[in-house]
Design a protein around this ligand. Structure first.
Ligand code: GDP
Ligand code: MN
Length: 350
């Protein structure tokens, strides 16, 4: 049999371990999820794993955001799943709903095209609202404003490995802005104007571009770009944002804020079907230093149908490997991150 490399925690000498829960000083961070009442089972399913693998050792608070109102039963069941504080928060309609200046006949005809291209959720306005909210608004929710770092999770996702160090303090102590596990290509048809609009913005605001931006990751090998029939140059390779740990002060900063304002006023969140993953990725890829982005190799994670299962005795209930479905492997673009953006300093972490 082939000897496998055992995957371990980041190789830094300042990982913070849980000590005494009563005296432990938390980082300024929260575990957050967006959900509706009907997501209760899935929320509990994933919270149980996050508690078992990580949070019962640290007791970070949760924020649960909803555009509607949570039923008492939802609040009871979720509260009982953790000893941590849970904030149940409503999203204001003005922050959530599509703006009234969106041209509904244009929206309708554009959605028809997306439907014909078999783009998932094309006709679901609530999905567009969700993607827009995660792209431009969630970090300014009054409750989220109390925190700097967040770990986003989703209902029905799996966390396979014991996490025995404080991931938020890891981010803080190593100046990381953004952390991810899985990276893949998106459907080009969802974002014809996302990159062109971004270029328009950049041409007027050249100073925002980070000197050490992850451009090759976004464009793919500049000598050998991928075929981008629909996007105008962006490879669509993105950090899969249904799990992410990031610093919201980055989103609240001028570059990300001004850029997303520009994007929003084009109506692209409704005339096209931009996901929050490509938006976060372009923002981080352009305005952050690539050395401040961290690939969490050691976090075992699954959101159907993609998995990252590290080979480690900290992980249980998954088959070691990345993208375990053979027929989906060509969607994996994590190699672009390794090949183009990881310098020696970053590599030393693994
Ligand atoms: P997918 O992963 O792209 O298929 O999208 P999901 O259906 O998993 O939605 C992403 C996240 O947004 C999940 O946490 C959902 O619970 C949440 N979500 C999606 N639509 C809505 C909505 O209309 N209202 C609320 N409150 N949450 C939503
Ligand atoms: Mn999902």
């Amino acid at each position: 049999s082939i000897l496998q490399q055992v995957i371990s925690e980041p190789k830094v000498d300042n990982l913070v371990r849980p000590i005494n829960p009563s005296t432990y000083k938390l980082a300024n961070a929260t575990l957050m999820i967006m959900a509706r009442n009907q997501d209760l089972r899935g929320v509990l399913y994933t919270m149980r794993q996050i508690e078992e693998k990580f949070n019962s050792k640290f007791h970070y608070p949760y924020v649960i955001l909803n555009d509607g109102d949570f039923k008492d039963n939802f609040i009871d069941r979720v509260t009982k799943m953790t000893t941590s504080k849970v904030y149940f928060e409503k999203i204001e309609p003005e922050e959530w709903n599509q703006p009234d200046w969106i041209d509904s006949s244009k929206q309708k005809s554009q959605m028809k095209v997306l439907k014909q291209q078999n783009i998932a959720y094309a006709n679901k306005v609530s999905y567009h609202n969700m993607c827009r909210y995660y792209s431009i608004n969630f970090f300014n929710h009054p409750r989220m404003r109390e925190f700097k770092y967040y770990w986003r999770f989703e209902p029905n996702t799996d966390y396979f490995c014991d996490i025995d160090y404080d991931v938020f303090k890891f981010m803080e102590m190593n100046n990381k802005v953004y952390g991810f596990v899985i990276s893949l290509y998106d459907a080009q048809e969802t974002m014809p104007s996302l990159w062109p609009e971004t270029l328009k913005f950049l041409n007027k605001n050249k100073n925002y571009l980070n000197k050490n931006a992850a451009i090759d990751f976004l464009m793919e090998d500049m000598q050998n770009p991928v075929k981008t029939e629909f996007t105008g140059g962006y490879s669509t390779c993105h950090f899969w944002s249904n799990f992410e740990i990031a610093d919201m002060d980055f989103y609240r900063g001028e570059a990300y804020t001004e850029w997303t304002k520009h994007l929003d006023q084009t109506g692209g969140f409704y005339y096209e079907r931009w996901g929050d993953a490509p938006v976060h990725t372009l923002g981080v890829g352009l305005f952050a230093d690539r050395n401040d982005v961290h690939w969490f190799r050691d976090i075992g994670y699954k959101h159907h149908p993609y998995t990252n299962c590290p080979h480690s005795d900290k992980c249980h209930g998954c088959e070691p490997g990345l993208f375990t479905y053979e027929h989906l492997k060509d969607q994996n673009c994590l190699t672009n991150w390794w090949n183009y953006e990881m310098d020696d300093t970053s590599r030393q972490l693994y």
